[in-house]
Write a protein that binds this ligand. Structure first.
Ligand code: NCD
Length: 326
């Protein structure tokens, strides 16, 4: 059993979900398997189970989001929790309240789970360190650092199409430098012993030392896509770019945009993924985004099951009065 961390207790069970990095493989697989069982729930006429009845989930979004926030909300509702959505534009932080004061007030309202998205790397860890012991924190994306539920839903989607990770090649293409999604995906794929993980990007969009994560680096799209089973396209995260990293969007599309012609170089059964939001005609052509190989909307649906799994497993480690199960 691995040493206890902020997110896994001494018994090895999940207390918070802050990052994929260092997650023991059995924990990761437990999340995927639990999500598998929730897929059935989301297809039923009555899409609810009572696992989080009486619990309060607070979606605390300091950065905008559509997919992640709404799928967390749906996931919580399908587990019968009460849900509050708090976005920065309506929150007191714009009036000068500190993060800790906001936290204390939400705790005073008896919140059980905080789903946190924040522009600063480490924000979810900070909240997990400072919240009351009965509260669980789920990181919904912090700065450029991590986006664990996105990476989990991505490997979950891959597993449904390509169950043997040790036999597949995955290419992550685009703005790796600014992407918390890419970092979390690399960790998840590595934990699952993926045969080959590639990152494909212009030099200016690759973090220094990315090779140390065990990935193969390509700066040419045709070479990077050759024979791959999974292609994950990423958005150019312009809001995080400092300075001019690219000549122009048009030039980027010419060199790194995924077109039907470029897709031909991948394995004939390759799937195309994207965490969204997609920029059509910048990193991906519409015909590929909407094409037969695309599983982009499946990712969104699977996000609900993964978020249900994360919340129910974490709350399952706590007793009714919030103490951890011994
Ligand atoms: C990602 C994010 O916010 O990090 N999107 C998402 O969660 N669906 C990727 C992105 O913004 O490009």
């Amino acid at each position: 059993m691995s040493a206890p961390t902020l997110q896994t207790g001494a018994d090895g069970r999940l207390r918070h979900l802050l990052t994929v990095e260092g997650l023991p493989r059995p924990r990761l697989e437990e999340l995927l398997n639990t999500a598998e069982s929730f897929l059935g729930v989301t297809q039923r006429e009555v899409k609810k189970v009572p696992l989080l009845r009486g619990k309060t989930v607070v979606n605390l979004f300091f950065e905008s989001s559509t997919r992640t926030r709404t799928t967390f909300e749906l996931a919580a509702k399908r587990l019968s929790a009460d849900v509050i959505n708090l976005s920065v534009s309506t929150s007191a932080t714009v009036k000068g309240e500190s993060l800790l004061d906001t936290l204390r007030n939400l705790e005073a309202m008896h919140a059980d789970i905080f789903v946190v998205r924040h522009g600063t790397s480490g924000a979810a860890h900070f909240i997990a360190q400072h919240c009351l012991p009965h509260v669980a924190v789920l990181n919904a994306g912090d700065g450029r650092h991590a986006h664990p539920t996105q990476a989990l839903l991505d490997v979950f989607t891959i597993r449904r199409h390509k169950p043997n990770f040790d036999q597949i090649k995955v290419a992550i293409v685009g703005d790796i430098l600014n992407s918390r999604v890419a970092r979390s995906q690399i960790h998840a794929l590595t934990i699952l012993d993926t045969a080959e993980v590639r990152v494909v990007a212009p030099r200016t969009l690759l973090p220094v030392g990315i090779e140390s994560l065990g990935v193969k680096v390509f700066t040419d799209l045709t070479q990077g896509l050759a024979g791959v089973d999974v292609i994950i396209m990423l958005r150019l995260q312009k809001e995080r770019m400092r300075g001019a990293l690219l000549p122009s969007e048009h030039e980027y599309y010419r060199q790194f945009g995924l077109t039907e012609a470029r897709l031909q170089g991948a394995h004939p059964e390759a799937i195309v993924m994207h965490p969204g939001p997609i920029n059509r005609g910048v990193e991906i052509d519409s015909s590929v985004a909407d094409g037969a190989r695309s599983v982009i909307l499946e990712q969104v649906t699977n996000g609900i099951a993964i978020r249900m799994a994360a919340m129910s497993l974490i709350m399952g480690t706590r007793t009714q009065d919030g103490r951890e199960v011994g």
